[in-house]
Design a protein around this ligand. Structure first.
Ligand SMILES: [Zn+2]
Length: 240
């Protein structure tokens, strides 16, 4: 086993105290998804949408990575084979734990996107309706660099390529309800990878996984990472 692809979702951030969208009731921090997480909502009421994401961005300063984020960062640092952490989360907890081989398929709270010049850039603090682009200096054209419902997730080509080469695919804290991420397990299986689900409870796609472990990510992920690092194959051939 050399190449690992890990998908993380809301369940891993929830243990740090971040609420995310719950498919079960269609609400995110009390808001309907249609009101805050679609391009149509932003066109209709940009102030409401900015307020919502400004609040989510501010909340990042009140939370910390948990043991699951730390364990994945350790795996990233110590695993000599290929590894890619694909997160559906828009927070920065993987980065703050130290993960490097990381891809945010649904965008990031700490980035802005100028719809006038198409530039993307880091953004701390409130954005609001009057935000000025750091590149073309247009006012009022910067939106959160978040993939909203109805928009295409980022870097699908790179994710597909990683899944094609994966020996192991691990899904952590995801509902298995939101496509295209919900289909990654089938892509990985089709290409011959082993698959593992770690979640608080069986996800909607749990039957597609070879192995399933249920419990808090902050307990199950460190245990799994320890097993992987202890069992790892020799990274280089022994000297002759
Ligand atoms: Zn611009």
């Amino acid at each position: 086993m050399r190449n690992i692809v890990i998908l993380t979702g809301a369940g891993i951030s929830a243990e740090s105290g971040l609420q995310t969208f719950r498919a079960a009731d269609g609400l995110w921090e009390g808001h309907r998804v249609e009101d805050v997480a679609t391009p149509e909502a932003f066109a209709r009421d940009p102030e409401l949408v900015h307020d919502f994401y400004d609040a989510r961005r501010a909340r990042l300063g009140e939370v910390m990575p948990n043991a699951a984020h730390v364990a994945l960062a350790r795996l990233d640092a110590e695993w000599a084979g290929q590894l890619l952490i694909v997160t559906q989360n828009v927070d920065d907890l993987h980065e703050r734990a130290g993960a490097k081989r990381l891809l945010h398929m649904h965008g990031e709270l700490l980035r802005g996107w100028c719809v006038a010049c198409d530039a993307r850039f880091g953004w701390a603090g409130a954005m609001g309706e009057g935000a000025t682009c750091l590149h073309c200096h247009s006012p009022g054209k910067v939106r959160p660099d978040i993939v909203w419902f109805g928009e295409m997730p980022y870097e699908m080509d790179r994710i597909d390529a990683a899944l094609m080469n994966a020996d192991l695919f691990v899904s952590i804290g995801t509902s298995g309800a939101v496509y295209p991420a919900a289909g990654f397990v089938q892509t990985a299986t089709y290409r011959g990878a082993r698959t593992l689900e770690i979640n608080l409870e069986p996800s909607q796609g749990s039957i597609f996984f070879d192995e399933r472990r249920y419990g808090p990510a902050s307990e199950e992920v460190p245990k799994w990472v320890e097993e992987v690092l202890v069992a790892k194959e020799p990274l280089k051939p022994p000297p002759i």
